[in-house]
Design a protein around this ligand. Structure first.
Ligand code: PMP
Length: 350
């Protein structure tokens, strides 16, 4: 066990932290007369604190993901895991992380909140992963590299071999955010965590699993990393109500929904690629597609006029002229394509 490989990266205040010990930590039986947690004794289904270790939920997730419970951290969305990575490994005002750009905005926000420098490395041609440029930006104070694959907002997944080459060449934490992995044709990296203690794979129930409103994110990682995250999180970071609903919803398979979204993605991409106002439809391994238009702001406003809201990425470096369009239901996608066709007719009549 390369425990030291992780512990040498941990902030001193975290390494020496005595975590809060809950009443449920001190006595773990299920049955009894519970007079230990200052709860209201009148039963209403929610008068007791939830399991701070989320054992039942983790057992179910373990079966779904094929990853042992000790390698699963469950957070209030993957945003919680992102924040915890900064809080555990990065010394404010001293350490830095390297992140790809354009990518998911929360890496930068969480870094700023924690007073950590982010060194952004622009993706290469066609949004390729610039492994050597990323390594070139690391120094002795670089604690983590943030990658997102499939990447938001570009939509592409990076080749597994390149992510692993980067992770192996870097001696800090490599974070691979796989929020959209269920929509990709390629396999994710969760099985690699057993060979690589410094690899953290983030996943979420917000996308393919259709539970964005419930806020459940996962970090799949070496058990020591999971232990550190569990120590630093709020003791009851996932509510009893959430855990119950999630357990029920996990019993409803989403494979058919994911398959339909992928089919619709192909339909939408094909239709878009034949439009004159579209300059480029980027390949997508996610449930959205990045599209470059002649005049992205005008298209955005036109869609808003028809009550269709997409994400305007026109002012994001590397995404100039682009809108990010989520794949919806067939009716919604048809409405989008119809509105764009009308925009096209209007622009060519001008
Ligand atoms: N990672 C990526 C790449 C995302 O796009 C998002 C949400 N848009 C998240 C993480 C956040 O997911 P969660 O809902 O689990 O906090």
């Amino acid at each position: 066990m390369e425990r030291n490989d992780i512990d040498r990266l941990v902030r001193r205040n975290i390494a020496t932290l005595s975590p809060y010990s809950t009443a449920r930590d001190e006595y773990q039986g299920e049955l009894g007369t519970f007079l230990d947690a200052n709860e209201n004794p009148y039963e209403n289904g929610y008068n007791r604190y939830p399991d701070p270790h989320q054992r039942r939920l983790k057992t179910r997730l373990s079966a779904i993901k094929g990853v042992p419970v000790e390698n699963i951290f469950v957070g209030n969305g993957s945003d919680e895991a992102i924040d915890l990575i900064f809080r555990i490994f990065c010394e404010p005002h001293q350490d830095n992380v390297v992140a790809i750009a354009p990518s998911y905005g929360m890496y930068k926000v969480a870094a700023a909140i924690n007073d950590i420098e982010v060194r952004e490395v622009q993706l290469g041609d066609d949004f390729s992963l610039p492994v050597d440029a990323i390594l070139g930006r690391t120094d002795a104070n670089t604690k983590a590299i943030f990658l997102c694959s499939p990447n938001n907002p570009t939509g592409n997944a990076f080749p597994r071999g390149e992510i692993l080459r980067l992770a192996d060449a870097f001696d800090g934490i490599t974070v691979v955010d796989e929020a959209y992995i269920d929509f990709a044709e390629v396999e994710g990296l969760k099985d690699e965590i057993f060979r690589r203690p410094r690899l953290i794979v983030l996943q979420t129930l917000s996308k393919a699993w259709a539970m964005a409103g419930l806020r459940i994110g996962l970090a799949l990682a070496d058990s020591r990393v999971v232990e550190l995250m569990s120590m630093v999180k709020y003791p009851y970071n996932v509510s009893e109500a959430t855990m119950r609903i999630v357990k029920d919803l996990l019993d409803l398979p989403v494979d058919d929904q994911v398959a339909s979204i992928k089919t619709q993605r192909a339909v939408v991409m094909d239709a878009l690629s034949r439009m004159k106002v579209v300059r480029r439809v980027y390949p997508s391994d996610a449930n959205f597609v990045l599209v470059r238009f002649d005049d992205a702001d005008a298209v955005y406003d036109h869609l808003i006029g028809d009550g269709i809201i997409v994400r305007n990425r026109n002012r994001v470096k590397g995404c100039e002229g682009c809108l990010r369009i989520t794949i919806g239901l067939k009716e919604e996608n048809d409405k989008l394509l119809k509105s764009l066709a009308e925009y096209e007719t209007k622009s060519y009549l001008r």
